[in-house]
Write a protein that binds this ligand. Structure first.
Ligand SMILES: [Zn+2]
Length: 336
């Protein structure tokens, strides 16, 4: 007997991952692949279309029918029907039909907001109407979940908390502004600021004078996760982490005062560090708020699956099942 399912795709700047999700909530995760963005936007769109077609073919073979819908989480400015603009993929005004073969109904979503939608339905925000989902990754963007739905604003720019200034005369951000939260508190910022700091300490500067020096290369490659681990014993790492947590506390105090969230869900690679970041952040957030209690901070629950699970929700919406929310804990995630 045929089983209905959707194709769900999470498209990042450099790679994408996809899966099949049945109505009962069985998730099959397929191997990811590169977006191939160096070949240009048309090639990226064609690559996504091919991937969707392959997943649909695999689904037809397994479940005995074509997919009921397709959901795609993509970066940039996006409506349900059009991928309007993505700086890192170079596309403009790509209709959703370009990503999907054979007229299967499909819906697009913004990558971070789609992750927030998944945390809202299946993860840390289950049953919570109003919260902020804040993944701390290479960059920082938030999903402002209001009334159970991520809020994109008038033009799709809503949630760009990473580019609100925490120190107005601070370091220059890649976006062109100064002192943005992302400049201090993203995983990318931690790695970059730590590398810069140890490069200017006297005992290290000699080795860094030679650009091909192996030690210099390895210092440049220290990841944000390693900076967090080193913070217990390494002054430079502790300073960089401390400034990141201060920056987050400033931003989250503003967010709390503006939107009064029930909770703040911290995700991304840095969110997975857990208590090392969340405990001091909760303390400093409480210190900054004088007349009200801070919202609790929670670690995101879905990890790298958030985007794909959110895309599955969009796929079921495309299929006309807008209240789809199975108990995923009852259904194991599989490989093909
Ligand atoms: Zn910025």
């Amino acid at each position: 007997m045929p089983v209905s399912y959707v194709v769900a795709l999470d498209v990042g700047g450099t790679s994408m991952k996809g899966g099949l999700v049945t109505f009962a909530g069985e998730v099959t995760v397929f191997p990811g692949r590169d977006t191939g963005r160096e070949a240009g936007p048309d090639s990226v769109v064609a690559g996504i279309r091919t991937y969707v077609a392959e997943l649909a073919a695999a689904g037809s073979a397994t479940f005995g029918m074509a997919p009921s819908g397709v959901g795609l989480a993509v970066p940039g400015i996006v409506s349900e029907a059009v991928a309007l603009y993505a700086a890192n993929l170079g596309w403009r005004d790509v209709p959703v039909s370009s990503f999907v073969p054979n007229g299967i109904p499909a819906v697009l979503g913004h990558d971070v907001r789609t992750g927030g939608l998944a945390e809202s339905v299946f993860g840390a925000g289950r049953g919570v109407a109003d919260f902020l989902f804040l993944p701390l990754g290479t960059g920082i963007a938030g999903a402002v979940v209001v009334g159970g739905e991520p809020y994109g604003g008038a033009n799709g720019w809503g949630g760009e908390i990473g580019h609100t200034a925490v120190w107005p005369d601070g370091e220059k951000c890649a976006c062109g502004q100064r002192g943005c939260l992302e400049t201090y508190a993203s995983a990318g910022a931690l790695a970059r600021r730590y590398a810069a700091r140890i490069a200017t300490t006297p005992e290290q500067s000699v080795t860094l004078a030679e650009p091909n020096n192996a030690q210099a290369r390895s210092q440049g490659a220290v990841t944000a996760k390693e900076v967090v681990e080193r913070a217990a014993t390494d002054t430079a790492a502790a300073e960089v982490l401390n400034e990141a947590i201060d920056a987050l506390a400033i931003s989250l105090a503003s967010y709390t005062l503006l939107l009064d969230p029930s909770m703040i869900v911290i995700g991304g690679g840095l969110g997975e560090a857990g208590a090392v970041i969340l405990d001091p952040l909760a303390e400093r957030l409480a210190d900054r708020l004088s007349f009200r209690k801070p919202p609790p901070l929670r670690q995101a629950q879905l990890g790298v699956q958030a985007g794909m699970l959110g895309a599955a929700i969009l796929g079921w919406r495309a299929a006309g099942e807008s209240s789809w929310r199975p108990d995923l804990r009852a259904t194991p995630t599989r490989s093909p």
